[in-house]
Design a binder for this molecule. Structure first.
Ligand code: UD1
Ligand code: MG
Length: 422
């Protein structure tokens, strides 16, 4: 997006999280709250992003990396004060700035794009995201004039009883004309019950100067929920889980129980793949069509499953590729492996990929039959059309078409109990 800069407010500590870490770096699935906001902003097409960090700023920087710029707020003097810390990045710019909060992680890219589009197309000096809540307590209230125009925002702690009854709230997301925002920020005073520089006061200042202000009502109220404590973290995790599961079902995936299925961000799944309950699929995995996963399967990061693959119960796979029609039906661990097609991996097979120092690769060919309870000591290569006898511990490569047996021969001691007791 041209001429748009984003500011993400992330200086706060989040005392109610009861944590030694700033709340900004707590995670939903495997992604930090503030990183979620950064990624969504990037997806909306805005590349110029400034994160305002403060408390434990090193952790915030570590989570996000160098794809954004940083400004610092040493003392928490309010949201208006936080924005002032980014002044250097705004001063020589024309255009719009969108302001987001690092602890409101489920905002959608569509909402960001809507806000910016409306602000630009309607020539608004400020566009405020609002929502209607049955229980608006805790939020700033939207005060409109007789003609319905936004006039000012009153914080709950400063609101009169009448104002507290208003159900339309400030979601804390704004798009501003940069020059007018910088001017308004100069006039903000901490004359309120929290002695803070409130960013929403810029709205009243602009309105007093007859600058056009608009609002956007959020489509889905769950987008603007903030994280203040660990109960919120659980709530938002489950909202995101629902959102992701719904998207996959709309794309043709069958999920038997969406409550107990956890699919992280950035997972692709083909049509008619069926996911049984208690299955977890982590980020960066691609799954083909007509696969069957679970129940109780754990598919970790960076797996690639071709079509018609079966991953059954109590099976964990990580950084593993599996060819079409291959089955891993139960109780296996495959890590750092490449498995061909039409292969059967017997119950209890384990790739022993870690030697205590390095992670090593296991390669298994096409049309193999790996018997039950086989240990594959990596690095090791099993060529095509190989059979491995149950209970084998395989340390050496197995050539094409061979049968490998690697287990001690059974010895039967006759009349054992009788001899011992005599
Ligand atoms: C703010 C709004 C309120 C709105 C609500 C929506 C103000 C004064 N009020 O209230 O109208 O309904 O969000 O969620 O803005 N932050 C800093 N530095 C500071 C203070 C805050 O970086 O000095 C950051 C926080 O880390 C957070 C964000 O700004 O990411 C919002 O601050 P928060 O304290 O949560 O504001 P609210 O009281 O929720
Ligand atoms: Mg808040």
């Amino acid at each position: 997006m041209e001429n748009v800069i984003a500011l993400i407010l992330a200086a706060g500590k989040g005392t109610r999280m009861k944590s030694h870490k700033t709340k900004m770096v707590h995670k939903i699935f495997d992604k930090e709250l503030v990183k979620r906001v950064v990624d969504t902003t990037l997806e909306s097409g805005i590349n110029d992003i400034v994160v305002i960090a403060g408390y434990q700023k090193e952790l915030v920087e570590e989570a996000i990396g160098d794809k954004v710029k940083y400004a610092y707020q040493e003392e928490m003097l309010g949201t208006g004060h936080a924005v002032m810390q980014a002044r250097d990045y705004l001063e020589n710019k024309n255009g719009k700035v969108i302001i987001l909060c690092g602890d409101v992680p489920l905002i959608s890219k569509e909402t960001i794009i809507n806000m910016v589009n409306q602000c630009q197309q309607n020539n608004e000096y400020a566009t405020v995201l609002t929502a209607n809540y049955d229980n608006p307590s805790g939020y700033g209230r939207i005060i409109r004039d007789k003609s319905g125009r936004l006039k000012e925002i009153i914080e709950e702690k400063d609101a009169k009883e009448e104002q507290k009854k208003i159900k339309e709230i400030n979601a804390g997301v704004y798009c501003f004309d940069i020059k007018s925002l910088l001017t308004a920020l100069e006039s903000i005073k901490p004359n309120n019950n929290q002695n803070e520089y409130y960013l929403p006061d810029a709205i009243k200042i602009m309105n007093d100067n007859n600058l056009k202000i608009g609002t956007v009502t959020v489509n889905d109220n769950t987008e603007i929920l903030g994280v203040n404590n660990k109960k919120d973290l659980e709530l938002l995790t489950n909202i995101l889980k629902r959102r992701i599961n719904n998207r996959h079902m709309q794309n043709g995936v069958i999920i038997e129980n969406a409550e107990t299925t956890y699919i992280y961000d950035d997972v692709k799944i083909g049509e008619d793949t069926i996911i049984h309950p208690n299955t977890i699929i982590k980020s960066g995995t691609i799954i083909g069509k007509n696969c069957e996963l679970g129940p109780n399967a754990y598919i970790r990061e960076n797996c690639l499953l071709e079509d018609n693959v079966k991953i059954g119960s109590f099976t964990e796979i990580k950084n593993t590729q599996i060819g079409h029609n291959t089955k891993v039906p139960h109780l296996s661990y495959l890590g750092d492996a490449i498995v061909g097609s039409n292969t059967n991996i017997g119950c209890g097979t384990i790739t022993c990929n870690y030697d205590g120092l390095n992670k090593n690769k296991t390669i298994i060919g096409n049309n193999c039959f790996i018997g039950s309870n086989v240990n594959l000591i990596a690095p090791v290569t099993i060529s095509d059309n190989v059979t491995i006898a149950a209970g084998s511990t395989i340390t050496d490569d197995v050539p094409r078409d061979d049968l490998a047996i690697a287990r001690a021969r059974q010895v039967n001691k006759e009349h054992y109990k009788k001899d011992v007791t005599n």
